[in-house]
Write a protein that binds this ligand. Sequence first.
Ligand SMILES: *Cc1c(COP(=O)(O)O)cnc(C)c1O
Length: 391
Amino acid sequence: MNEQWVSFANEIKKMYGKYFVPLHEPTFNDTEIEYVTDCVKSGWVSSVGKYVDRFERELAEFTGVKRAVAVVNGTAALQIAMKIAGVKPNDEVFMPALTFIATANAASYLQAIPHFVDVSEETLGLDPMKLEEYIKEIGVMKNGNLVNKKTDRIIRAVVPMHTFGHPVDLDPLVELCLRYNLALVEDAAESLGSYYKGKHTGGFGVAAALSFNGNKIMTTGGGGAILTNDERLADYAKHITTTAKVPHQWEYVHDEIGYNYRMPNLNAALGCAQLTKIEGFLASKRALAIRYEKLVEQIDGTRLFMEPTFATSNYWLQTVILDSEVHRRDDVLALLNDAGAMARPIWTPLNELSEYKICPKDELTVTEKLKETIINIPSNPLKGHAFYDKT
Ligand SMILES: *Cc1c(COP(=O)(O)O)cnc(C)c1O
């Protein structure tokens, strides 16, 4: 068994031509240097400039939503997406327990309370069927709002997260949100370039958040964006992320407590350059998944997680599912990392973290199972693929 993992690591090193292969790192070429240099030369490196406008326009175009508002990071995008969707202090927000901590932190910044629910083995994301059963058990409609019978708090929103780029089953979730007056806010931080039944993720609810952190499918250094099909909400998101400043030639008038969350032009320049290559990144990651699927097949008790039937995934992080009868997760992680192929487990479920232990939650049987059986392996686009030559 150990030899199988070591030879797998050796295959990975051969594929990438490296002695140690990182999990994920940014891919740049002359285009980034050209755009960023142009930005520096223009003097417009800060929070206004032509690259911010262009980046927002092109993001909206690529994702098929009406508007995108660029901000400093994905966590800030998620906070503002929830805020414009109506999340208020003391509201509860349904979210998967198996997600990156930013999903819960963004709700906490609004003084809302994360309410953890279980995920599906088919998507690795929020399970709409199980959520429906749970709502019937703990919820009651009062004055048009869903109220948690146990805490007497309003449950305002649902925040599904498209794990490693694989879309959750959105149709039943949209229907559930309509029925119980819940705002749907997608944490699409990992799913730029992922489609549900042919439509880009991030356009199914009131708003969504993207992240352009250095480890994501494309990067702006640090950055994020709020997506929405509601022009009025987009204008409001732009306003409050720009210190809520009322436009005036010289006066400083701010009409509420806003945030300084604008994405600097310098970062947007990097983003515009990366966006010109997004189709190449996606094609390369898909090709990598097909190669990995064959390699992983040769290891007993493992499989590569493949996109759900209704989805076209961006395959952001390649994911191996271990049979827990055959493998101990941490043994596998040690073998791969020692052999030079970086590998990491999925996140610790948020309900287990000290600051989120007290939050309300459903029983989390699938979460419990998956946390022991999911690892990520090196996922960078492979060299030699077409996008390297495209500028
Ligand atoms: C990366 C990520 C975020 C946050 O993005 P940052 O840009 O790092 O703030 C939020 N949610 C999920 C699921 C992520 O993977």
